[in-house]
Ligand binder design. Structure first.
Ligand code: XMP
Length: 322
């Protein structure tokens, strides 16, 4: 007989007691978990909370603006936005190995926090959106990505924060499953596009393109991804698939445009049905739906002339390509 309303009441009460008149920092990622954690803390202690949102240049189309819109303007939370695109893209220059991309992104996040820390005032707590499955995953560590995922998560928390900050952790969601986090988010007034959002990896679009990360390739992937996700929403399919994404491959193939031969990128679409992300099956979208998405992408995104749909289950394939 779990209910979002009583969870919120109890957690707000617990947070108030624990925090007292001290200050809290929270790193917003744009995703549902960190957003709900921040909104809970904000409900509990209001202006004692400062959120940090790092725009690493690896986010999806409009994501940074939307995050600022929802949390700063709509929910009236204090959000410090750090535009660190140059720093992250600089650190990623020429890097093609997926784990090396993750390492450099992790390091860059930490450096950004070091730089921004002095401007945040004297905080005692760091709130984060760790959920129950995250807790189990970090304990188990058997999955291919789990250590990387845990690392990406820890750079947001004490493990990766500058030592001088010495913050106590607050994990208000650590006993909740994703669906419960979503319900709590709705009750707290977060908009549906944040609440129902599919998981998005910490390293962002950097691990959704094989090969090197460049501004031009990011832009191309962003536009293709946006078309895929918008069409899923328009067709009412977004909520019926666990995770959908576009991958910019480093493959180029021959195409035709009018009388001319082209040699352009191959984009892959990936969507999976899963409960726990340990195993997953590819989503059986209709051929007509896939045709609509494919036509839009090749017509609207310059540089992409071929679209493929990934029909591999996990295992042996993972959800992400990197
Ligand atoms: P895989 O590709 O391992 O993905 O089947 C399973 C789930 O984990 C997410 N994932 C990540 N999340 N940092 C994250 O925060 C990462 O480095 C990372 N790698 C994979 C993936 O999006 C999927 O939901």
């Amino acid at each position: 007989d779990w209910s979002a309303t009583s969870f919120i009441e109890n957690t707000v009460e617990w947070l108030r007691t624990r925090i007292g008149d001290r200050r809290v920092i929270c790193a917003l990622s744009g995703g549902v978990d960190s957003g709900v954690a921040a909104a809970l803390v904000s409900r509990a202690v209001g202006s004692q909370l400062t959120c940090v949102f790092v725009d690493n240049g690896l986010l999806r189309l409009g994501e940074a603006e939307q995050c600022m819109d929802v949390f700063a303007r709509h929910l009236h939370m204090r959000v410090v936005k750090v535009d660190a695109t140059d720093k992250f893209l600089g650190a990623l220059e020429g890097v093609v190995d997926p784990e090396e991309k993750r390492r450099r992104i992790g390091r860059s996040f930490m450096e950004v926090f070091e730089e921004v820390a002095p401007t945040l005032g004297d905080a005692d707590f760091f709130a984060q959106g760790t959920t129950y499955p995250d807790v189990i995953e970090s304990a188990g560590d058997s999955k291919r990505h789990s250590s990387a995922a845990a690392k990406i998560k820890t750079h947001h928390n004490v493990g990766g924060l500058p030592d001088t900050m010495r913050l106590e952790l607050l994990d208000p969601l650590s006993f909740l499953f994703k669906d419960e986090v979503r319900e709590v988010g709705r009750s707290l007034g977060l908009p549906e596009e944040i609440v129902d959002r599919h998981p998005f990896p910490g390293p962002g679009l950097a691990v959704r393109m094989t090969g090197a990360v460049t501004r031009e390739r990011l832009e191309r992937l962003r536009r293709a991804d946006h078309i895929f996700i918008s069409e899923l929403r328009a067709a009412g399919l977004y909520k019926h698939t666990a995770q959908a994404l576009a991958v910019l491959t480093s493959e180029r193939t021959v195409g035709v445009l009018g009388d001319a031969r082209t040699y352009e990128d191959v984009l892959a679409l990936r969507a999976v049905d899963t409960e726990d992300w340990m195993t997953a099956d590819w989503s059986r979208f209709s051929h007509d739906f896939l045709a609509t998405v494919s036509n839009r992408i090749v017509n609207e995104v310059p540089g992409i002339s071929r679209v493929v749909y990934d029909i591999t289950s996990k295992p042996p394939a993972t959800v992400e390509w990197e």
